[in-house]
Design a protein around this ligand. Structure first.
Ligand code: NCD
Length: 316
């Protein structure tokens, strides 16, 4: 097979077509065995910088773990919103111009949509969007679809319920957009009033021929689904405390929903969970959310290896 040029920066889901997705997943599968030999050294001598202007546990640690497992090294500004020079008024462009002297790729999470694009516009090293406000979370979407692929053996002809806060959640937004790269999938949107999926995403689904329907009753949705993807109410993004209080606690995934689901289906969640999934769901083998975090390491290893490794930005 001919080598495929990969996007230089990872900013938006729409940079990836189906061929990118298939090749990336194949590469991520190969990363499983690399992950068991720490310091095998594919990225020895490379440095990754992680700049997080918003809270995170798994996204930052998962990128850092991925880099270390590839034999590279990591420098990190956690809570950059309070500890970095941004506090002194430095622009993201200036921050990037400096950090690219220290690192070979930069992962950025920021509360404002579009900041990773602004960074990429001036950067001479790859920029990876690790979540830009309510905008996008492309590496999460890729790992979510990879989880589906590994758990169910396919990414086409599936019924996928996106549940919860679809308005402010960048994870379900990005996953929905990535589903436009699949064939024959049907999306069920199960969400309380006020936090429905935005029109821009629905328009993308329609344009790509992905059928979707709204089903507020999560039991009815779960019964028909191969995947139920539950999300957290994005408290930090609500315009007012009132609006948040209204959405808060308006949905719970419990053993009732699980009982309605098919035996070969899965429950996913990007995490962190607050109270959207009852704790007793965890023990069921269909609860895939902790495994999902592990698939994330393989996807991020694959992305870093493609961007920084000997392929020079191409993928076999
Ligand atoms: C998500 C995020 O930050 O958008 N978390 C993550 O990266 N796994 C989801 C969330 O915060 O609810």
């Amino acid at each position: 097979v001919a080598k495929l040029q990969f996007p230089r920066h990872i900013l938006h889901v729409d940079q990836f077509d189906r061929t990118h997705v298939d090749r990336l997943f194949a590469h991520a599968r190969a990363m499983r065995s690399v992950a068991k030999i720490p310091g095998e050294g594919r990225l020895r001598g490379h440095i990754l910088a992680t700049l997080f202007f918003e809270p995170s546990t798994r996204t930052r640690l998962s990128f850092e773990s991925a880099m270390l497992r590839l034999g590279g090294q990591v420098i990190s500004a956690e809570s950059a919103d309070i500890t970095s020079s941004a506090v002194k008024g430095e622009t993201i462009e200036d921050t990037v111009r400096i950090v690219e002297s220290y690192a070979d790729a930069i992962v950025i999470r920021h509360p404002k949509s579009g900041i990773p694009d602004a960074a990429a516009a001036v950067a001479s090293v790859p920029i990876l969007n690790a979540g830009d406000g309510p905008g996008e979370h492309p590496t999460q979407a890729l790992l979510d679809l990879f989880t589906i692929s590994e758990e169910l053996g396919r990414i086409d002809n599936l019924t996928i319920t996106l549940a919860g806060d679809l308005r402010y959640g960048r994870a379900p937004r990005s996953l929905a957009m990535l589903l436009t790269r699949t064939d024959g999938c049907r999306v069920i949107l199960s969400t309380p009033a006020g936090i429905e999926m935005s029109e821009d995403v629905l328009a993308s689904l329609s344009a790509a021929g992905v059928t979707f329907e709204v089903e507020p009753d999560m039991v009815v949705a779960a019964a028909q689904s191969d995947v139920v993807y539950v999300t957290r109410v994005q408290k930090e993004r609500f315009p007012s405390e009132d609006a948040y209080q209204q959405a808060r606690g308006s949905y719970h995934f419990t053993d009732l929903h699980l009982a309605a689901m098919k035996p070969d289906s899965i429950v996913m969640h990007p995490l962190p969970r607050v109270d959207e999934i009852a704790g007793n769901v965890d023990a069921d083998p269909r609860a895939a959310y902790f495994r999902q975090a592990r698939y994330g390491v393989y996807i991020r290893m694959a992305l870093l290896d493609i961007l920084l490794g000997s392929g020079g930005g191409t993928i076999a």
